[in-house]
Ligand binder design. Structure first.
Ligand SMILES: Cc1ncc(COP(=O)(O)O)c(C=O)c1O
Length: 446
């Protein structure tokens, strides 16, 4: 067992057990909570000793557990960041899917090229151009099983155990899980309300390098960070890339939410002016359909072959039928209109949540005010651990994700994430109303 795993288990064991669970929840939910607490309930199977050190580092995602819990009827879930698919033209998409199988079935159901369909790679370049990446060559696009899989390939291609990856604190839990699986030394860089702080990035690079460690990548979500909702300000963007270039650190830019800026005035990604220094990850999950599992990497030309071969080694090829369906959607449907619909919908939901927070939250609780994306990040007084509040929230009929899921720093977190993407405005208001007394009691020490 690695030192990191031991610390993780210690931290989990130190967490208080959620009480009263069996009385109010069915057995699956109880098990899910137990997994979220990383409490082992069964005996140890002999196969345990066969596991790799890598596998020991892979943890059950707390978000996944909370997601299972939030399926319980009567609970308002502000936990999962699901896109609101109800506004997609489902009947028409069904007819397109049928036509693809009937008319192009031999291609749709067959293996395809490892890099993905050329037509879709061209369309991906058009999607990226909407955000300001105007020089992307379809040759350097690798289609992957969601951008999650592209993160995995990036970690595999660049990181040996012990290598450092810099991250924002907080950051996306799926990326933390990926880096832990590759036994990466994840090191946090401070952020403020304008995103990564350049001076802090410089300081951390000096400090880590002086300690004799090798920093391979900066993993960053510059627009509408999951979980914080914070966006890196335009005047810091080039500086961040320049600092990394100077230190020979590759920037891994994860941008699934960039087009979902409420006012439509999207900001150029870090990749826009920096084709050689930034490995860019994109996704159709938030602007179309996460279940199709189609994302992509736009890879610097000199690294494309390495990345593509590693990706092919995992999946052989991205799913042919799903690529054809995504391609048909972007060819034949008003996808830009759909993005405008999403922007307006998420803006209204975000505003409903901000208004409800303003109305109900006790003194001492603060929160971010995102300009896009899916999430708001709450900060409670420093002494409060939001993890035990999860059960109290469930008892009050609302689910959120405790902040500890989104940081590499061990120990309690006084933060929590609320998602406004998938609940209706009424449910958002009701969820925040239910959450308020739980947080008020915590703030007053009861
Ligand atoms: C920041 C970030 N990156 C990547 C992903 C995963 O996206 P995909 O569905 O394309 O794998 C998510 C999903 O929530 C995310 O929030």
């Amino acid at each position: 067992m690695t030192e990191q795993t031991t610390r993780a288990n210690d931290a989990a064991a130190a967490r208080p057990t959620l009480s009263g669970t069996a009385d109010v929840l069915p057995v699956e939910a109880t098990e899910a909570i137990a997994r979220a607490q990383a409490v082992s309930t069964g005996g140890i199977h002999p196969h345990e000793v066969l596991l790799s050190a890598r596998a020991a580092n892979i943890k059950q995602s707390a978000v996944r557990d909370v997601f299972e819990i939030s399926m319980q009827p009567g609970l308002v879930s502000l936990a999962g960041g699901n896109p609101y698919l109800q506004s997609l033209p489902l009947a028409e998409l069904g007819r397109v899917a049928e036509r693809i199988i009937a008319e192009q079935g031999l291609e749709a159901l067959q293996y395809g090229g490892g890099q993905g369909l050329l037509e879709l790679r061209r369309q991906i370049c058009a999607v990226m151009a909407e955000e300001g990446i105007t020089d992307a060559d379809p040759e350097n696009v690798v289609i992957t099983a969601g951008s999650q899989s592209a993160q995995d390939v990036a970690a595999k291609v660049f990181c040996d155990p012990g290598d450092v990856v810099l991250i924002e604190d907080p950051t996306y839990v799926g990326a933390l899980n990926t880096f832990e699986a590759y036994q990466v030394d994840v090191q946090a860089v401070a952020v403020d309300e304008d995103g990564l702080v350049p001076a802090e990035l410089r300081r951390r690079i000096e400090e880590i390098t002086a300690a004799g460690k090798t920093i391979k990548m900066l993993y960053t979500i510059p627009s509408f960070n999951n979980p914080s909702g914070v966006t890196l300000s335009p005047n810091r963007r080039q500086e961040i890339v320049d600092i990394c270039r100077g230190a020979n650190i590759l920037v891994l830019e994860d941008n699934p939410y960039g087009l979902l800026r409420f006012d439509g005035d999207v900001q150029a990604p870090l990749r826009a002016g920096n084709p050689d220094d930034v490995l860019y990850l994109g996704s159709f999950s938030k602007i179309f359909a996460p279940g199709l599992r189609i994302g992509w990497a736009l890879v610097p030309a000199h690294l494309k072959q390495r990345f593509y071969l590693a990706s092919e080694a995992v999946t052989l090829c991205p799913p042919s039928f799903n690529q054809m369906l995504v391609s048909a959607y972007f060819r034949d449907f008003d996808w830009k209109g759909q993005i405008r619909t999403y922007r307006a919908l998420y803006q209204d939901r975000c505003q409903a949540m901000l208004d409800a927070l303003e109305q109900h939250m006790p003194a001492g609780v603060s929160w971010t005010k995102p300009a896009g994306g899916f999430f708001i990040w709450l900060t409670l007084p420093a002494q409060i651990d939001t993890y035990p509040l999860l059960q109290q929230g469930i008892d009050a009929g609302v689910v959120f994700v405790p902040g500890a899921a989104f940081t590499s720093v061990e120990g309690p977190s006084n933060k929590l994430r609320l998602a406004f993407s998938s609940a209706t405005e009424d449910n958002i208001r009701e969820g925040v109303r239910r959450l308020a007394p739980v947080l008020a009691a915590a703030c007053s020490g009861n």
